[in-house]
Ligand binder design. Structure first.
Ligand SMILES: [Zn+2]
Length: 72
């Protein structure tokens, strides 16, 4: 898999995450302090965050591998 492909996937996930965040902001239970601790949308956002972080790590290690290749 190329870095561009992974980056594309990150962008898509970020997009979906933003949509969920907007939705989360409009939920009545989320207006209260700590309301998001129990809301389903927020849980999904956390899942997206985890996936995005995973992919970003992947991109970083792929970039490092490319740099190492160039040194040879
Ligand atoms: Zn929420």
């Amino acid at each position: 898999m190329s870095i561009d492909k992974v980056q594309e996937e990150v962008d898509l996930l970020l997009d979906e995450r933003d949509k969920l965040e907007v939705k989360c902001d409009t939920l009545p239970e989320c207006e209260q302090d700590d309301g998001c601790n129990t809301c389903e949308t927020y849980k999904k956002i956390a899942e997206f965050d985890a996936k995005i972080a995973e992919l970003e790590e992947k991109i970083e290690s792929m970039m490092q591998e490319e740099e190492e290749d160039e040194d040879e």
